[in-house]
Design a protein around this ligand. Structure first.
Ligand code: SDX
Length: 433
């Protein structure tokens, strides 16, 4: 439904008609500007889950859910995955344009320069149990970074804000690899400045002091592609969390810690871990119908993890690319007929032929195949969402930086529909029932 020609809408409340402007962007749905609604009518809008609400305007990422399109600063995700890499995409998301040779070199150096973390950060890890979920560790240690980089300039001065973004992009792989090494009882590995972002991450995760780490170009390329695919995605739950936290001018490191917390949920970034658990529970193809039945049963809380999306009512383009990458990585690793991939593809085939999934436009999303690649790369299930967080940090900081530098920015403070008790007098304990 196109509303390009519409400029205003009218609303009649109690005999009074007000006119509200319609704002039209460069692509996607137009919006009704309701900023004067409460002042003019005394009425609020009601939209839990923000199914029909734009929380901001942004120039960074665009999703066309009906057509299954994803653009970073206007560039289709398929072209970026094929022709670019995570460093270039990070520059693009932060600054709005693809870098030239010099800009790319300088940006890569700016990020590389900040990959080390303060030596005292490593002390935080020993406070966690060895079996602590790495996402719990990441929430803790990224939040702790705010104690090492805290001054009010963090939010007021553009160059300080930019360095905070560089630090977060640069340090997330180091902290993530430390969380993994802590969980398996291995010493932490320092970053090496002569490696790519993805290569550095893999080496910090998997190298052991007793031998030289041989970096596989296949895994390096696969990790880079996965980071690109997960880098940003409009105003999803974790990005909205970062924006809301940032709107109070909170420390940017603390804001990113809040994004990590929101991403962890199985309805959001935690779904990649949940998909692997689900596929493992299904086990064999003959059990797929039983789980499809459960997913359709309103009385059963089970949902097909890795399926469905608030915006995509078509195939998530990232899931398509992830499925292709699955085949490539498994072939390169010499893994023939991976049973989980075979099961996942059969589950996808059956679901996509089922009237329930067709009618509700439920397709595989980014999380459906990613876990299969991670597993083939010997990444433990508990680290799947951590890798999502490493990638999404550039999206979070880019969205935070766009929000905090907007002169019209205000603190986010939603209202409510109150359904509680009306005013009543206090009852002393001796008079209570
Ligand atoms: C990510 O927002 C983003 O951009 C997120 C993300 C990003 O990059 O940041 O793309 C990453 O979070 C991907 C989503 C990962 N989550 C999962 O795979 C978990 C399984 N999916 C669902 O929980 C669900 O689809 C959501 C949370 C993803 C979306 O939920 P919505 O938009 O609130 O949709 P809904 O719950 O209103 O579902 C609509 C209908 C419902 O049935 P009715 O009440 O209309 O009868 O579809 C059903 C749901 O019950 N449904 C499912 C289902 N997903 C939705 N039924 C079975 N299995 C599912 N997976």
């Amino acid at each position: 439904m196109s509303h390009e020609s519409l400029k205003t809408v009218q609303l009649t409340v109690g005999g009074k008609t007000i006119t509200l402007p319609i704002l039209t962007g460069t692509d996607g749905p137009s919006v009704i500007d309701i900023r004067t609604l409460y002042a003019e009518t005394g009425l609020l809008t009601y939209d839990p889950g923000f199914t029909s609400t734009a929380s901001c305007d942004s120039t960074i990422t665009f999703i066309d859910g009906d057509k299954g399109r994803l653009l970073y600063r206007g560039y289709p995700i398929e072209q970026l995955v094929e022709q670019s890499d995570f460093m270039e995409v990070s520059y693009l998301l932060m600054y709005g344009e693809l870098p030239n040779v010099s800009q790319r070199a300088h940006f890569s150096q700016d990020i590389t320069y900040h990959t080390l973390v303060h030596e005292q950060i490593s002390d935080f890890y020993s406070g966690f149990g060895r079996d602590a979920h790495p996402m719990a560790i990441m929430v803790g240690v990224v939040g702790a970074l705010s104690s090492f980089y805290h001054n009010s300039k963090e939010t007021q001065d553009e160059s300080t804000r930019e360095v905070a973004c560089w630090r977060l992009i640069a340090k997330m792989p180091t902290l993530a690899a430390m969380a993994y090494n802590y969980s398996v009882g291995r010493p932490f590995t320092y970053p090496k400045n002569n490696l790519s972002y993805a290569g550095n991450f893999l080496r910090m995760m998997f190298s052991v002091p007793s031998e030289e780490y041989i970096l596989s170009p296949v895994l390096e390329r696969a990790m880079d592609r996965i980071l690109v695919l997960h880098a940003d995605h409009e105003q999803n739950a974790s990005t909205s969390t970062v924006r809301l936290a940032g709107s109070s001018a909170a420390n940017p490191f603390a804001c990113i810690a809040s994004g990590i917390a929101a991403l962890w949920g199985p309805a959001h970034g935690g779904a990649n871990e949940a998909v692997l658990s689900m596929l493992t529970e299904i086990g064999t193809a003959d059990r797929i119908p039983e789980f499809i039945k459960r997913a359709k049963d309103k009385n059963d809380p089970f949902r097909l993890m890795g399926f469905g999306h608030r915006i995509y009512k078509n195939y998530d383009p990232r899931a398509k690319i992830m499925r292709e990458t699955c085949h490539e990585v498994l072939a390169e690793l010499g893994v023939k007929n991976d049973p989980l991939l075979t099961l996942a593809m059969e589950l996808e085939r059956i679901a996509l032929e089922d009237p329930y999934f067709i009618e509700k436009k439920l397709y595989p999303n980014v999380d459906f195949y990613s876990g299969i690649i991670f597993r083939a790369m010997k990444i433990p299930v508990s680290m799947f969402t951590v890798i999502f967080a490493v990638a999404r940090t550039v999206g979070w900081v880019s969205q935070w930086r766009e929000m905090i530098s907007d002169p019209m920015q205000k603190i986010g403070r939603p209202r409510q529909l109150y359904r509680g008790n009306i005013e009543r007098p206090f009852v002393p304990v001796e008079k209570r029932g």
